[in-house]
Design a protein around this ligand. Structure first.
Ligand code: RIB
Length: 318
């Protein structure tokens, strides 16, 4: 079980999402078309945006339930065990007979930047049991979800959670259009620069642009938006305006799961009743630790380590 140094009651968080075995190739740089490249190393590491976000919630001190689907194979068993080692409830994690577990091929360059191709496999077999989900989200602080499981199932889950009075925290990644009726059912939206631009059509590369893009996204009916900006931190947008939260300066080894780590810390801190800005700051500190370690789930820090890490500079109103 992860240890938490938080004094708050653990918020309950339901995560609907993907589980992938990541096949990670470390390479000097991404190969050009037609180029053959000698890489440094290969590793098989538990990942998947849904599972990573669940692990981050658990390591930050949340009580986490995972809804998803793995294949009836060794990778599926390993991914289930990895979640259970973090104390995550896997009762709603289905094993689909005859389906391969989801796989992600990840190239990590010497700069720490990554390129990911995901093959959904069993993630495509996720089916929402509406009655069961309604029971699960009852009294939960958040239902967290992303777009690596089928869109129709994600949409159903958002509607069920919202209808049951559970706040929805959405990370629309890999990005695709969000159906109009879903917007007002989302409490908190976490997007990176590319996702923000795809969803609202405005550039979000600088803090000022991210603030405007965040306001445009909020206008669709969402209470809070975070636009993450990598090494430049994040911009938090709510009814009080927009604030730029700078990130601590660190040497990136591998940026995989940085966004997932951020999101888990944000969800738990908000679930504990911390302010939006304090929650964003915790997420930024957690993500800064994540990128200093290789791999997805092994790089996600515990709350105690996040609280010992350098405090970033104060946020700036935009
Ligand atoms: O966000 C990082 C994750 O994206 C990786 O673990 C990979 O599985 C892909 O889903």
């Amino acid at each position: 079980m992860p240890s938490s140094s938080s004094s708050h009651a653990p918020p309950r968080i339901v995560v609907l999402g993907s589980l992938n075995m990541d096949l990670v190739l470390r390479v000097p740089h991404a190969p050009a078309a037609g180029e053959t490249l000698i890489g440094h190393s290969i590793a098989t590491i538990p990942g998947g945006k849904g599972a990573n976000q669940a692990v981050s919630c658990a390591r930050e001190g949340g009580k986490v339930h995972m809804i998803g689907c793995v294949g009836d194979d060794a990778h599926g068993a390993a991914l289930r065990q990895a979640l259970e080692r973090d104390g995550i409830d896997t009762a709603a994690l289905r094993t689909a007979a005859g389906e391969p577990t989801g796989t992600a091929l990840i190239l990590v360059e010497d700069s720490g930047q990554n390129r990911i191709v995901m093959i959904p496999g069993a993630n495509a077999a996720v089916q929402i049991d509406e009655a069961a989900l309604k029971r699960q989200v009852q009294g939960a602080a958040f239902m967290v979800t992303q777009f690596e499981t089928p869109m129709d199932q994600v949409a159903r889950a958002i509607s069920v959670a919202h209808g049951a009075g559970c706040k929805v925290l959405l990370n629309p990644s890999p990005v695709q259009a969000i159906a109009e009726p879903l917007w007002p059912q989302i409490d908190t939206l976490v997007v990176n620069e590319i996702e923000a631009k795809t969803l609202c059509g405005q550039a979000a590369d600088t803090p000022q642009e991210a603030a405007q893009a965040g306001q445009a996204l909020r206008a669709r009916g969402i209470a809070r938006v975070v636009v993450t900006l990598g090494a430049r931190g994040a911009v938090a947008v709510d009814a009080d305006g927009a604030r730029h939260h700078p990130a601590p300066k660190v040497q990136a080894v591998d940026t995989t799961a940085a966004g997932d780590t951020f999101l888990g810390a944000l969800a738990v801190a908000l679930g504990e009743g911390q302010s939006f800005d304090e929650a964003v700051r915790l997420g930024i500190r957690a993500a800064a630790l994540c990128i200093q370690q290789p791999g997805a789930q092994p790089s996600i820090p515990l709350r105690a380590d996040v609280l010992r890490s350098p405090v970033p500079p104060d946020w700036i109103s935009l």
